[in-house]
Design a protein around this ligand. Structure first.
Ligand code: NAP
Ligand code: ZN
Length: 366
């Protein structure tokens, strides 16, 4: 029962929650930059934002150039658009990529920075207020203080985080997820599973984060067969979106562990979508955790309805496409990189470089 837990994001959840809460949005300011990718113009999110802004008399510009796994150059471009427009708040609509980019853009709106990776720990007064609208049910970025950016110099993905990167509000409306490609829906749900499970393995886990994680796993597992059969109902999408936010609330307080550290290399070097990368690694990572901490491993896997890590691997295997077959030299490089990441010491089970290599080898080795 010893824990501390922080969650400063106001959450609106339900059908049409954005347009139903125009009065609340009006309090953010008069000029907004909408940070997004291309899909929000098709899934209804951008149309709802436009309609809410029109009702509230808010002027806005749209920066819709956020790429998947955004780079430093990409967010600096967004920052300069925000400065040119004189935005006084930021609305992010999209998956984790636009939502993460928006956090750094909210800081760059107040002044450019050559090294965006130095913006971790940004002060609250240097970051514009943000509203986040997730259109994938996965990252939970709408309730976390993290922005994950691609670093082309260090050749990996890096976490830029600050308590000031918590959005002020998140609007969860599953209707935006109706046209999501099936593989994206599956990968993003697996990302949320990974967040809940890694959160439960964190040294910072506590009674409250465990409750959120177990509820998230329970909800995702109850929708998993519909999800994999591409037969989700509107209610199912709402539940997955909510479950992903719960898992985000977990990692906002616990952080992630080695699965995310290793997964960054699969994304950076092999183009594996974030959730798919985690899905490839999670079962083999859990197999080690189960061996070294059987009670905790059993609780985590049981919360998702799996008997053991092998059961999870069988469940994920058909969903992840052709498995990469990566040679030992590269896997050793990725293990070394992951071992240097601070997420490693965040886990109750100790993983050294050799352990990480073994997990990688078993998951994606030749
Ligand atoms: P994403 O990169 O945001 O989106 C994946 C693809 O799905 C994009 O092509 C996107 O198109 C499309 N898409 C998004 N919503 C859609 C919808 N409703 N309908 C149709 N297509 C849609 O993927 P993601 O998995 O949500 O986010 C991954 C990123 O988040 C990674 O960079 C990862 O490192 C980061 N992440 C952050 C946190 C955190 O706490 N901050 C946690 C985990 C992961 P458009 O973008 O063109 O619209
Ligand atoms: Zn993730």
């Amino acid at each position: 029962m010893n824990f501390n837990y922080y969650m400063p994001v106001r959450i609106f959840c339900g059908r049409d929650c954005l347009v139903k809460n125009v009065d609340y949005i009006s309090s953010f300011g008069k000029r907004a930059i909408v940070v997004t990718g291309k899909s929000s113009a098709k899934n209804g999110a951008l149309a709802d934002i436009a309609s809410a802004f029109e009702k509230a008399g808010i002027k806005y510009c749209v920066f819709d150039r956020v790429m998947p796994n955004p780079t430093a150059e990409n967010v600096r471009e967004g920052g300069s658009a925000a400065r040119r427009f004189g935005a006084d708040f930021v609305v992010a609509a999209g998956g984790g990529s636009p939502m993460d980019a928006a956090k750094v853009i909210a800081r760059l709106a107040k002044g450019d920075a050559e090294d965006v990776f130095s913006l971790g720990g940004a002060a609250a007064e240097d970051v514009l207020p943000m509203i986040h609208i997730p259109t994938t049910a996965g990252t939970g970025s709408e309730v976390t203080p993290y922005a994950i950016l691609t670093d082309r110099v260090q050749e990996t993905k890096r976490n830029v985080s600050s308590p000031a990167f918590f959005p002020r509000a998140a609007f969860l409306d599953g209707k935006y997820l109706r046209g999501i490609p099936h593989d994206t829906a599956v990968y993003t749900a697996i990302d949320a599973v990974s967040h809940a499970m890694e959160g439960m393995l964190s040294v910072r886990a506590g009674a409250l984060s465990d409750t959120l994680a177990k509820e998230s796993l329970h909800m995702i597992s109850s929708e998993f067969s519909s999800l994999t059969a591409d037969a989700l109902t509107d209610e199912g999408r709402d539940r997955l979106l909510y479950a992903a936010a719960l898992a985000g609330m977990v990692i906002a307080n616990t952080g992630t562990c080695a699965v995310h550290s290793m997964g960054y290399s699969l994304t950076y070097e092999h183009g594996a979508p974030h959730g798919r990368a985690n899905g490839l690694l999670l079962p083999d990572f859990l197999a080690v955790c189960e061996e070294r901490s059987p009670e905790r491993g059993g609780q985590i896997l049981g919360a998702f309805g799996c008997k053991n890590a092998f059961g999870l691997k069988e469940l994920f295997r058909p969903l992840l496409g052709g498995r990469e077959q990566i040679g030992d030299d590269l896997l050793r490089k990725y293990a070394k990189r992951a071992a240097a990441n601070k997420n490693i010491s965040n886990c109750i089970v100790r993983f050294d470089e050799e352990d990480l290599f073994r997990v990688l080898k078993s998951a994606v080795g030749k």
